[in-house]
Design a protein around this ligand. Structure first.
Ligand code: ZN
Length: 188
C-alpha cells in the first residue's frame, strides 16, 4: 500500500547495505488476481531469502505494505511498515487472517505499489484484529485501528487476489484501470 506521496526522505537513505530490491508487478498482471496458498514449513527458507528484498523494494518505492503476489509469489504472507516519524517498525505477517473487525467504518485514501500513481478513498472497518505467524513461526495477534488497520486489510486482500479498486464502483474502478494503463504505456 502507498499513501499520498510526500517529499520525506528516510533519515538513513544512502547508508544502508545494498540489498537487491525485488521487482513489483503492476496491474492488471494475472498473478495479482490469484488466491495464494498457505505458507508451510518447507517455504520458510525461501521466505528468509526473499523478505529482505521485499522490504528493500517497499522502502525504496516508497510504500507501507507489500504482499507476496505483488512480487510474483503465490504464498499467503505480506509485510507492513508504517515507518511513522522515520522510525522503522517492520511487521511480517505469515498466513494472516482477520479474526475480528469493528462495526464502525472509516474512509481512507489508498494507493498501491501495483497501481502506481493511483489513489482513491476506500471504506473499510476502522479497526481489525489480525492473527498471523511472525518470521520465527510464533503465533501473534495484533489489534489495530486507523492507518495500520487499513494497511492490514489492504495487504490481506492481496492474498485473496483483491485490489483496493475492487472496493470502488465499477465506473470508478474502470476509470482508474484505464488511467493506469495509459500512464504505464506513456512510461514505456
Ligand atoms: Zn496494494
Amino acid at each position: 500500500m502507498t499513501q499520498i506521496p510526500s517529499a520525506a526522505v528516510p533519515a538513513d537513505a544512502g547508508t544502508r547495505p545494498a540489498i537487491e530490491p525485488i521487482g513489483i508487478l503492476v496491474a492488471p498482471h494475472p498473478v495479482l488476481r490469484r488466491k495464494t496458498r498457505l505458507v508451510g514449513p518447507d517455504d520458510r527458507a525461501m521466505l528468509r531469502d526473499v523478505l529482505p528484498r521485499m522490504f528493500e523494494a517497499m522502502y525504496q518505492a516508497p510504500g507501507i505494505g507489500l504482499a507476496a503476489p505483488q512480487v510474483g509469489i503465490d504464498l499467503r504472507f505480506c509485510i507492513v511498515d508504517l515507518h511513522e516519524n522515520d522510525v522503522r517498525e517492520p511487521i511480517v505477517l505469515i498466513n494472516p487472517e482477520i479474526v475480528a473487525e469493528s462495526e464502525q467504518l472509516a474512509a481512507r485514501e489508498e494507493g498501491c505499489l501495483s497501481l502506481p500513481g493511483q489513489y482513491a478513498e476506500v471504506v473499510r472497518p476502522e479497526g481489525v484484529t489480525v492473527r498471523f505467524e511472525d518470521e520465527t513461526g510464533a503465533a501473534r495477534e495484533i489489534k489495530a485501528d486507523g492507518l495500520l488497520a487499513t494497511c492490514f486489510q489492504h495487504e490481506i486482500d492481496h492474498l485473496d487476489g483483491i485490489l483496493f479498486v475492487d472496493h470502488l464502483s465499477a465506473l470508478k474502478r474502470n476509470m482508474i484501470m484505464r488511467r493506469l494503463a495509459k500512464e504505464m504505456k506513456a512510461k514505456g
